[in-house]
Structure formats: C-alpha cells, structure tokens
Design a protein around this ligand. Sequence first.
Ligand code: NAP
Length: 291
Amino acid sequence: MTIAVTTPTGHVGSRVVHLLVQAGVRPVVLVRDPDRLDPALRELVDVARGDLTDADFVGAATRGAEALLWVTPDSVMAADPVAEMTRIGANGAAAVRANRIARTVLISSVGAERRHGVGLIDGLARSEEALAAAGGSLLILRCGFYFTNLLAGLDELRAGTLTTTMSADTPQPWVDPRDVGEVAAARLLATDWSGVAVQAVHGPADLTWRQAAGVVAAATGRPIDLRVVSDADLRAGLVAAGLSEAAADAMVGMTVGLRDGYVPEQLRSPASATPTTLESWAYAVLRPLLR
Ligand SMILES: NC(=O)c1ccc[n+]([C@@H]2O[C@H](COP(=O)([O-])OP(=O)(O)OC[C@H]3O[C@@H](n4cnc5c(N)ncnc54)[C@H](OP(=O)(O)O)[C@@H]3O)[C@@H](O)[C@H]2O)c1
C-alpha cells in the first residue's frame, strides 16, 4: 500500500512516518528539506522534495497513493496565514481529486466546526471543507491544544512564567501531538473505513491553564506563575516579534474563538482520549530543556 505523508518533520507527521515504517510500509514523504528527516528513517522512506504551496508538486508527489496524511501547516510567517493555509488545503484537495486517493486523514483542531472567527483555525476549517468535497474518504481529526506549544515559551518558563490569553480556570483538552500521530497512523493503515467523519483527539484530560501551570511546575521542579494577559498585549508582542498584522490577528483570533463559553462539538469519549499526560511529557521533554 502506498501512503503519502505531509510534514514528516513535524510533531505529528514524524510520529506517523515512524509507525508506518514499523508497520512494514515505505511511505512517500513530502518534505521541503530532506536533511531535516530523522536520519535513522531516511533510507526507509521515498522522498518527494517540495513545498505544499506548490500545487504541481503536491499532485505529482501523491500520484499512486492509496492513503494520505494531510497536514496544513500553520503558516504563521506568511503575510496572510489563513489565506496561505486555504491555498495549501486546496492543493491537497486537488491532489486527492486528481489522483483518486481513497483515504485521507486530515489533522484539524477543536474549534474548526465554528468555520469562521477562530483565527488560524479558520485555515484548518477551509482544509476540512476542501478535502470533504474532493471525492475520497476523509477522517478529520479535531485535536486539542498540543503540549508542544509550550516549547515556544522556553525562556519565559525558565524565568518562571507561563503566559496565556485564555481564562485561567476554564478546562480545555490538552494533547501530545505524538499521540495524534498514533491515531492518524492507525487509520492510515486501516482499509475498512469510508465516508467523511470527524473524530476528536483530546488527550487524557481537560486541564485549566492554572492546572497546567501547576503540573508543569511539579514535573520540571521549577516554580511557574500563570500570567493571563490581554488580547492587545499578545497582539503587540507578536507584532514586535516580527509577525505580520494579519498573522498576529490570526494567532489572537484562535484564543478569542475558543474562549468565553466555547464547548467543542465533539465531546470527550473513549475514542477521543489518548494516553500521554502533560505531567509525563513535561518531565520527559520539557524538564531537560529548562535545565
Ligand atoms: N498546536 C496546536 O495546539 C494544534 C492543535 C490542533 C491542531 N493543530 C494542527 O496540527 C497540525 C500539525 O502540527 P505539528 O505540531 O505536527 O506541526 P509542526 O511540528 O509545527 O511542524 C510543521 C511542519 O510543517 C512543515 N511545513 C511548514 N510549511 C510547509 C510548506 N510550505 N511546505 C511543506 N511543509 C511545510 C514543516 O516542515 P519543515 O521541516 O520544512 O519546517 C514541519 O514538518 C497543524 O495543521 C496544526 O494546525 C495544532
């Protein structure tokens, strides 16, 4: 079976590639820079080198594929990230249609069901729509907040602060993207499903930001204070860090759209739960980085 995998160097995609290789599959990986692939896996995959913004590349690289992991990258460095994500998702859908790819697993997010007003997640909603109309079977994985987002704030964590614009005491699903990769790989290897379906990937528990700060503090052995900042402060910080106005709006829009009474359409269930806890991830991944 030929399985094509986008973003094989990402948190989700790299886990999918490893599991496919362990399952005896030689995946085709669509990658911008093959040197960024895990060297141990490099000889065990077929490399298609190119950019997901290039429709011709995506179409050619996925020719003959029976199944596809589609990830629409967040594109925060683009002048207009949602527009760029919309173009990339359309490239994936065109490839599914042209190459008659039977099954696609799309990585999406909680909140995509709102369709608009969720910042960057609007870009994932456009991918959901485009791929659902592309003619093949589609599993949409609507994932919770990735533990790995904390890696973007290492300096702050070292200084003892965790910052958010979400409310401190509202629970939300937190998930290890490695576990998202495991759910995706299981579906890519299965051939007995069809149609268009949505499945959530919610991690082991819903956590408030205050709880998450406490878990991270305990696991890393460092005092961590939660700092809730305003949308305006976050936006100003992102623009000062070099993001375009549209990108800053898309980042802020994500939290605005998931705050204030938002409840995910897919409720927590045995099918949405994955095993890795924030505590074990923070101990294994974050603690060494904060030393
Ligand atoms: N963060 C969250 O909380 C969250 C929650 C729900 C859903 N999601 C979604 O989950 C998905 C996967 O996230 P992740 O954490 O696994 O990603 P990630 O680790 O941030 O990796 C991004 C990947 O995209 C690749 N990439 C970026 N732009 C590209 C382009 N133009 N052409 C080809 N490849 C490109 C990167 O390749 P290089 O090695 O070349 O840079 C890298 O492999 C994303 O769609 C994200 O929106 C995220």
